[in-house]
Ligand binder design. Structure first.
Ligand code: ATP
Ligand code: MG
Length: 283
């Protein structure tokens, strides 16, 4: 709970700073062609264990990037370092000419049961980042209502988290991440605790949000089918110290549907990813 709360505060404060940077004319219009995130020489150790050693990566802007790799290889650590939630020992993470504090980020935690504030109704959970940004109450309310209407959410938002199903709680978490209109949305295995029907529904919601906003999304997924189905790029990581085993392009047209899953392109891409993954896990 507290880790989640601190993280939320850090992410939302970053957004507040962006507003003032933009007011001062601090946008980077010419940065559109640059990678959204550039990582160079990143080194991260926990105690003596090296998780990343001189690691380089470019994340393209406006793409949905799935991150896939064996347990403990460093997927969560990677997105946490990019999001500024975890420090690193060496290297740099750049945001196309902006400082980390100037970039609006959204983050959906894996464990939705601990990510929401139990004493707040769903509606107030969603608007909480705006409260941290000191957005006045009427505007908070209006923005939250607009987002809920836009996503066509059918949940009673006057309910407390414990009164909602797992899927509904996760939807609230996702809305809380979206309320700040992030440039980059991080999701750490967001659907892993949901049943299959709810997972399918949430995948479609995520795809819809992605198509509508064009934001950069980084999705950690343990489900290879999901990782490929949703992605423009699949980042395959080796065991730690993590290397890029492959960074696979999947350019199938959107919106993707059940038919995508049986397309030749999808089947081949998934088979290739599985091949690389098995080699990395065995190696
Ligand atoms: N706070 C920490 N202190 C010490 N070691 C840590 C800490 N956080 C992560 N690690 C270690 O770093 C490695 C990478 O962890 P991370 O959580 O990033 O893996 P992951 O790829 O997300 O794994 P999973 O698929 O199980 O979620 C693991 O070996 C883990 O034990
Ligand atoms: Mg993880």
């Amino acid at each position: 709970m507290f880790a989640g709360r601190i993280a939320m505060e850090r992410l939302a404060t970053g957004s507040a700073r962006l507003a003032s940077a933009n007011a001062a004319g601090g946008t980077a219009g010419s940065a559109a062609a640059l990678p959204h995130v550039t990582i160079r020489g990143l080194t991260k150790r926990f105690d003596r264990v090296s998780i990343y050693e001189n690691f380089d990566l470019d994340l393209p802007r406006g793409k949905l990037i799935s991150v896939f790799g064996p347990n403990g290889c460093g997927k969560s650590t990677l997105i946490n370092m990019i999001a500024g939630l975890v420090t690193y020992d060496a290297g740099e993470i750049l945001f196309a000419g902006k400082r980390r504090e100037q970039v609006k980020l959204g983050y959906v935690f894996q464990n939705y049961r601990e990510a929401l504030f139990p004493w707040m109704r769903a509606f107030d959970n969603i608007g909480y980042p705006l409260k941290l940004m000191k957005v006045p109450k009427p505007e908070r309310r209006a923005r939250t209502e607009r987002l809920v209407a836009h996503l066509d959410v059918k949940i009673d938002l006057n309910r407390y988290p414990y009164e909602l199903s797992g899927g509904q709680q996760q939807l609230v978490s996702i809305m809380r991440a979206l309320i700040v209109e992030p440039e980059i949305l991080f999701l750490d295995e967001p659907f892993s605790a949901l049943d299959y029907e709810m997972t399918l529904f949430m995948r479609e919601q995520l795809q819809r949000i992605f198509i509508e906003t064009g934001m950069t999304i980084v999705l950690v997924s343990h489900d290879l089918e999901e990782a490929v189905y949703l992605a423009d790029r699949i980042l395959l990581l080796s065991r730690h110290p993590a290397r890029i085993a492959d960074f696979v392009v999947f350019d199938s047209a959107r919106p993707r549907s059940a038919a995508t899953l049986s397309s030749r392109e999808f089947v081949q891409t998934k088979a290739h990813c599985l091949d690389v993954f098995q080699r990395e896990v065995r190696g």
